[in-house]
Design a protein around this ligand. Structure first.
Ligand SMILES: NC(=O)c1ccc[n+]([C@@H]2O[C@H](COP(=O)([O-])OP(=O)(O)OC[C@H]3O[C@@H](n4cnc5c(N)ncnc54)[C@H](OP(=O)(O)O)[C@@H]3O)[C@@H](O)[C@H]2O)c1
Length: 303
């Protein structure tokens, strides 16, 4: 199958390209050049409807995976117009270009569509109620996908870390290595998710012959923690025994965007549909920290 991946140079997009290239022809779209070789790459913004239409016409993919987004949660809060343009209008352009050619869309969405008031894992049919501009624009984009595509899969995931993007794990380790005192919130709970695992799960979904119908799935590594517990596990695993991590409440950090205090996603529907079980986040993190291209070598390369 030929798959067009938007956001192909991002943290998730890069791993998606790698995981799917084994069985599919991949074409990427991003505003940044890709760190890995893809069959075809288009340097373009999803905001440019004409350009997206031309790319769709030229590539004629069998499926679009729309992962491009403006993911800077505080940035979105400061500049809602840009957030709206990239996350909502960009999605509308992708959906319109795909729908006109009967191409199904897999849209990558987020746990941040929820307000965090639940205390049990969120199900796919729980009502979204975003508390930030980022969450609102991603939810609006979901609605664009639902109303504009005859075949779609909305995949909500959470707290991503991976080799090809700035992420919490690397930030914590570089601060710990430089002896910086860490202040980490202990009142937000979620499920850290390795982009390599999410990509493998989605590759499995597509290889099992499933194509998007009209579905929403939650897909995250299993287990849960607070950001503080996540930071403790990261530094403990890497042997930063002297790292001082101070537990703080979200309002002490006074960040521009509010975050849901609980955004664990229930993976049950995805597991039942595909037979795919997401492994615990701690196992995924240990592979990320210990494997080839480990944190030290990425820092040594300056990446
Ligand atoms: N990160 C998380 O914790 C998380 C959690 C849940 C869901 N998600 C969703 O998962 C997807 C992938 O996230 P990620 O963490 O891999 O993000 P990422 O690393 O920021 O990847 C997104 C890619 O899209 C690019 N992009 C931004 N604006 C664009 C535009 N107008 N046209 C084309 N490309 C554009 C980004 O470029 P720039 O880097 O220059 O902006 C980046 O290369 C997103 O849809 C996000 O909403 C992320």
């Amino acid at each position: 199958m030929k798959i067009l991946i938007t956001g192909s140079s991002g943290m998730l997009g890069t791993d998606l390209c790698k995981a799917l290239a084994k069985d599919h022809d991949i074409a990427g779209v991003d505003i940044n050049v890709p760190p890995v070789k893809v069959h075809a790459f288009h340097s373009a913004s999803v905001i440019d409807a004409d350009e997206i239409g031309r790319i769709m016409e030229g590539e004629k993919p069998d499926l679009v995976i729309h992962a491009a987004a403006w993911t800077d949660v505080d940035g979105c809060e400061r500049d809602p117009e840009k957030a709206e343009a990239v996350n909502v209008k960009g999605t509308r352009n992708i959906v319109n270009a795909a729908a006109g050619r009967n191409i199904p869309v897999m849209f990558i969405s987020t746990d941040f569509v929820f307000d965090g008031n639940k205390r049990e894992p969120y199900m796919e049919d729980d009502d979204p109620c975003p508390v930030s501009v980022y969450g609102r624009t991603k939810y609006e984009a979901e609605e664009v996908v639902k109303s504009g595509s005859s075949a779609y899969a909305i995949v909500r995931t959470s707290w991503l870390f991976g080799r090809n993007g700035r992420n919490f794990v690397d930030t914590i380790l570089s601060k710990a290595a430089s002896g910086e005192r860490l202040r980490v919130v202990n009142d937000q709970t979620g499920s850290p998710t390795y982009t390599k695992d999410l990509s493998a799960a989605l590759a499995g979904f597509l290889c099992s012959g499933r194509v998007p119908g009209r579905d929403i799935f939650h897909v995250s590594n299993s287990g849960r923690c607070s950001w503080y517990e996540f930071a403790e596990y990261i530094t403990g695993y890497k042997g930063f025994k002297e790292a001082v991590i101070e537990k703080v409440a979200s309002d002490e950090l006074a960040r521009p965007a509010k975050r849901p205090c609980f955004s664990v996603l229930d993976n049950g529907k995805f597991s039942r549909a595909t037979g795919y079980i997401m492994r615990p986040w701690k196992e995924a993190l240990e592979e990320y920290l210990g494997g080839v291209g480990s944190w030290e070598s990425r820092v040594d390369r300056g990446g």
